[in-house]
Structures are given as structure tokens and as C-alpha cells.
Design a protein around this ligand. Structure first.
Ligand code: OXD
Ligand code: MN
Length: 589
């Protein structure tokens, strides 16, 4: 036992009586203990040891084929009242849900070991950090949590002997039965129950479940925000670093932006990019009144396919040691890993993500699952920020929202003020691409990229954002929207993207410093085309003009879509949001 905290001990006892494991093992975080668990998981086949010369400390895991992604339709927010979960979440009465899940957990760990994982979200000792405990019957979960969070005895030190402020996570693989799969949050009880899955997003309870769903609810009550945002620092040649936090829906290149390599024109001058986080930010007013952010995580749970030396050198480097790969392809020639988009040389002698023999030259199935993942320690990342472990976090200069829009949204624009920026974030959207099943070009709204991750009514969430603006006042970060995905009439992307996105971030930082003028448009402030640095690109100022063009008819249509979306929130939609929509309509006249 690693703590004498009665709240912890009583709760663990209660869960042990419910799940009835053969044995309970407390995870202290020691190398010895973790090495022993790795050994056992390799023996049982749960993990495969990869080539230890080429990929030291790396392991491979395959999930069941029915268990490869987050399951939004089986994810619940069980607040006391339905209206507190809001129209964008599945809700069930907490008593009813406990009533349904308790028998499923009863005896579920019979014949198994229960692991007790204490963990800290955020640097140990940070005033922004919070403690969680996850109980699980999966070694894979223990080893992933060890990469994604700060685990072990030190996490308990943060909690102390008497505090009751910890998130109670209970997970069992049970039989990985998709019909009985539940990912359930009880915000009032600081509790998460997850059953019948072994896939990361459903079972690494520190991540989406705690750091976004439960934490967003805590933030509302405690005066801070938990956001689905990367945090990146840009250092100028004088050595000053400014930080940007940015939210994008999935498949918009979030990890790439977080770890971008500056174009040569900036590298030559001495600019550098530093990664703080690639997925989640906890943000709170600091002593000087500005907003400060930490990355509550300690690793990256990134999508493997598409990650290459060219698309994201730093992410790929991060996976070269002490990384757990899930559902990628195993190259049998040298016992390493491969995925679509890694290079143009798929292995011929391989095992695909389902465990079947696979030949990348002749089989036209996928070697890696499209949602296959790497779990890599943040400290492996070549551009990890020296401030990564700073308990105070880093001051945020700008918030950036973005989506994938073919025509409507320009390359970049700045909101007129905080409240308008909240409107811009709340009306974020992406158009579906041919890569996903279903119709192409359908607009999906995803406010602040939080739609699947907000642990309470999104109408209240919007209000909370307006309130934060009042607290921070003129020290508030400036708010921007970007769109890397504008296409020409042939459907080809106009903007080069990737590292060149830094050119847009530079305009954003210039605006934050009042270093550059802007053009006022109906939707916000836009760069003067000549203020986007295109040195070294084979596009001209005319292309930038096209990228910045605001098509009023498209935007008038957009306001209709926004109004329909807002309708769903009924009385919970803040008045200010309606005002913002009316203002936009007026400016478009
Ligand atoms: C993720 C997601 O896995 O947003 O980060 O789905
Ligand atoms: Mn994410």
C-alpha cells in the first residue's frame, strides 16, 4: 500500500469487494515492477517484444478487431439532471447506470489481478495538476498509463493523507464484448467506469475521460478550462518564446502543428519551435492575470498512419524508444513496425494489425489499422519544450481554432474581441472528406473541438468561456481561426501546410504584439496579403489574396447552419452568443 489516505483505501476496498480479483497490486512506478509486468505480458502474448537494438524498449499490442477506436455512442455523462449533460452528450440517470454496471463489474476480475495505478495529470506539485487513480485488470493499461501520465508513489504525495480530491477510475476488459461496452462518467462523484474495451481512448482513463470530460466539469466549478488543445511555443532569435494553444477536430494535423519544423527562412534566422502538448491543455488565470497552460499528459498517443520523416519528423523520432505500438503492422524481416504513409516500401514479410500474414507488395488490404497508434514518452520528442515540466505552466498569447473547410473559411482571421472569439470557436466546423465513409462535403460542427469531450451542457460551457473572458479582461489571449485546407476549383489544396503553417502563426504572434496592421472584414481581421511571408514558397501574393477571400454568399449560408446548430441548446444558449450571430448577419448585409 502506497498511501494511508482513508478515502483512497476505502474506495479501493469497495471496488475490490465488487470486482473480486484474485490479487491486488499497487503500482509504485518503479522500473523493477514495470519490467516485471512487461515480462509477464510478453509471456502471455498480450505484448510482443520488438527488435530491441533498433527499437529499444518498444512493444507491440493488437486489440480485438471489434475494439479499435473510441465509442461515442457508448460514452455517457451521468449527471444528476439530464439538462446538465446537455444535447450533445448521451445521458443516463446515475442511479440507473450504477444499477446496470454494478452487476457487470461484480466478480469481473475473478481469476485476474487488479492493478491500482495512482497518477498525476500535470507535473507533480503543480498547482494546476490533479490526481487520479485507475483500477484495471490490464497490464497494457498500466504500461500505457506509465507513458501518458506521471504514475506511482509520487502521485500520492500530491494527494496527501486526507484529501478526497481524486478521480476514481475503474476499468475492466471483461470479455471485450462490444454490446456490453460502456464508457461512463459520473461528474458529481469524480468517477469514471469503463468496461469491455481495451482500446486506449476508452481505457487510459487519464486522457479523454478525466483530462477532458471530468476536468471540463471541474474547471467550470473551479474557474479554469480543460481544452482539446495543443500547446506550442515559438522562440524568436532574441530567445523570447510566445505560446499558442490550438484546437482542431481530428484529422486536421494537430500533432503536426504541435511539433512543426520551421521553414528554412525562419530556421536560418534562429527561430525555434517547442512542443508543450499535442492534445490537451489545462488553462487557468495566473498571478499576473494572464492565462497559463499546462499539458496534463506526459506522452503522446498519436495516430501512426501518415506519420513519416517528412510529415512529422519529431513525432517519428519520439517513437524510436520506450514506445508501445497498437494495431500497426509488424515487419517480420527485422521485427520492427510499419504503417501506411511511413515510407513507400511496405514489408513483404509481415503480420498485419489483425495478426494475419501480410505482404505489402501484393496484398491490397491495410497493414496497419487507420487508427493504429503509438504511445510515446514526451521526453523522447526532439523539440520538447524546456518548460514542459514547469509547474506554473506557460502564458498563452493566442488561442487558435481551425477546421477543414474547402471554401468558406479563409487561411486565417482574428476575432474582433474575446466574445467574438468565443463565437468563432463555438461555430468551428469541418467538412467531411472522401477518406471517411458517408457523404463528402457535409459540414460537421464541433465547438472548440470539444463535442465528444465536454463533460457538461455545452450551452453552459459557452457561458463559462464568456465568463473567463470577463475574469482575464485585457490580459486575455487574442483569438484566431485558421484553415489549412482551402481548395481550388479542381479540389487541390492551395496552401502548402505542414511546416509552412508557421508563416501564419508568425502573423498571429505579430498581431498579439501589435506589430502589424490588418484588414477589417465582416468575419474578423485578416492579414494584408503582403504580411504573410511567402519567401521560399512557389505561391504569390495573388494566391494569398485567394486564400483570404471571404465569399459573402457562402457566409450568409453559414449563418443559417449556425442558427440551426444553436437551436439545439434552447434556453442554455447564452444571450451573448445570439448577439454575436446577429452581429455577424448584420456585417454581412
Ligand atoms: C484523439 C482524438 O485520440 O481526439 O486524440 O480522438
Ligand atoms: Mn484528441
Amino acid at each position: 500500500m502506497l498511501t494511508s489516505n482513508k478515502n483512497v483505501l476505502n474506495w479501493v476496498d469497495e471496488m475490490v469487494s465488487l470486482c473480486k480479483p484474485d490479487k491486488v497490486v499497487w503500482i509504485d512506478g518503479s522500473e523493477e515492477q514495470l519490467d516485471d509486468l512487461i515480462k509477464r505480458a510478453i509471456e502471455s502474448g498480450e505484448l510482443i517484444e520488438l527488435n530491441q537494438e533498433k527499437l529499444p524498449g518498444c512493444l507491440l499490442h493488437r486489440t480485438k478487431q471489434n475494439d479499435v477506436a473510441r465509442v461515442e455512442d457508448r460514452t455517457f455523462i451521468c449527471s444528476e439532471k439530464k439538462e446538465d449533460a446537455g444535447p450533445t452528450n448521451n445521458w443516463c440517470d446515475p442511479k440507473e447506470m450504477y444499477g446496470k454496471l454494478t452487476p457487470m463489474f461484480d466478480g469481473v476480475m475473478n481469476g485476474r489481478i487488479m492493478y491500482v495505478i495512482p497518477y498525476s495529470m500535470g507535473p507533480i506539485g503543480s498547482p494546476l495538476a490533479k490526481v487520479g487513480i485507475e483500477l484495471t485488470d490490464s497490464i497494457y493499461v498500466v504500461l500505457n498509463m506509465n507513458i501518458m501520465t506521471r504514475i506511482g508513489k509520487a502521485a500520492f504525495e500530491n494527494l496527501g493523507d486526507v484529501s478526497n480530491d481524486f478521480v476514481r477510475g475503474l476499468h475492466s476488459k471483461a470479455d471485450i464484448n462490444p454490446d456490453k461496452r460502456y464508457i461512463v462518467h459520473f461528474p458529481q462523484d469524480n468517477t469514471i467506469w469503463s468496461i469491455n474495451s481495451g482500446y486506449g481512448g476508452n481505457v487510459l482513463l487519464g486522457k479523454k475521460c478525466f483530462a477532458l470530460r471530468i476536468a471540463s466539469y471541474q474547471g467550470k466549478n473551479e474557474g479554469w478550462i480543460a481544452e482539446h488543445m495543443l500547446i506550442v511555443g515559438i522562440e524568436n532569435p532574441k530567445g523570447e518564446v510566445k505560446y499558442i494553444a490550438a484546437a482542431f477536430p481530428s484529422a486536421c494535423g494537430k500533432t503536426n502543428l504541435a511539433m512543426l519544423i520551421p521553414p528554412e527562412i525562419y530556421r536560418k534566422k534562429g527561430y525555434k519551435v517547442w512542443t508543450i502538448g499535442d492534445d490537451i491543455a489545462w488553462i487557468k488565470p495566473g498571478k499576473d492575470g494572464r492565462l497559463y497552460a499546462i499539458n496534463p499528459e506526459n506522452g503522446f498517443f498519436g495516430v501512426a498512419p501518415g506519420t513519416s520523416e517528412k510529415s512529422n519528423f519529431n513525432a517519428l523520432e519520439s517513437t524510436k524508444k520506450n514506445t508501445i505500438f497498437t494495431n500497426v503492422c509488424q515487419n517480420l524481416d527485422d521485427n520492427t513496425v510499419w504503417w501506411e504513409g511511413l515510407d513507400k516500401n511496405p514489408p513483404e514479410h509481415a503480420v498485419d494489425w489483425t495478426g494475419k500474414p501480410w505482404n505489402g507488395k501484393t496484398d491490397n488490404t491495410k497493414g496497419a489499422h487507420p487508427n493504429s497508434r503509438f504511445t510515446a514518452p514526451a521526453k523522447n520528442c526532439p523539440c520538447i519544450s524546456p518548460e514542459f515540466d514547469n509547474p506554473e505552466g506557460v502564458p498563452i498569447s493566442a488561442f487558435v481554432f481551425g477546421g477543414r473547410r474547402a471554401k468558406t473559411a479563409p487561411l486565417v482571421y482574428q476575432s474582433f474581441d474575446w466574445n467574438h472569439g468565443v463565437f468563432v470557436g463555438a461555430t468551428m466546423a469541418s467538412e467531411t472528406t472522401a477518406a471517411a465513409a458517408g457523404e463528402v462535403g457535409v459540414v460537421r460542427r464541433d465547438p472548440m473541438a470539444m463535442l465528444p469531450f465536454c463533460g457538461y451542457n455545452m450551452g453552459d460551457y459557452f457561458k463559462h468561456w464568456f465568463d473567463i473572458g470577463k475574469i482575464v479582461g485585457d490580459k486575455a489571449p487574442k483569438i484566431f481561426n485558421v484553415n489549412w485546407f482551402r481548395t481550388d476549383d479542381d479540389g487541390k489544396f492551395i496552401w502548402p501546410g505542414f511546416g509552412d503553417n508557421m508563416r501564419v502563426l508568425m502573423w498571429i504572434l505579430d498581431r498579439c504584439e501589435n506589430n502589424v496592421d490588418a484588414n477589417k472584414t465582416p468575419i474578423g481581421y485578416e492579414p494584408k496579403p503582403e504580411d504573410i511571408n511567402i519567401e521560399g514558397l512557389d505561391i504569390d501574393t495573388k494566391t494569398i489574396e485567394d486564400l483570404l477571400f471571404v465569399d459573402k454568399d457562402l457566409w450568409k449560408n453559414e449563418t443559417k447552419g449556425i442558427a440551426e446548430f444553436f437551436d439545439m441548446f434552447g434556453d442554455k444558449l447564452p444571450k451573448e452568443m445570439k448577439t454575436q450571430l446577429e452581429n455577424l448577419k448584420e456585417r454581412l448585409k
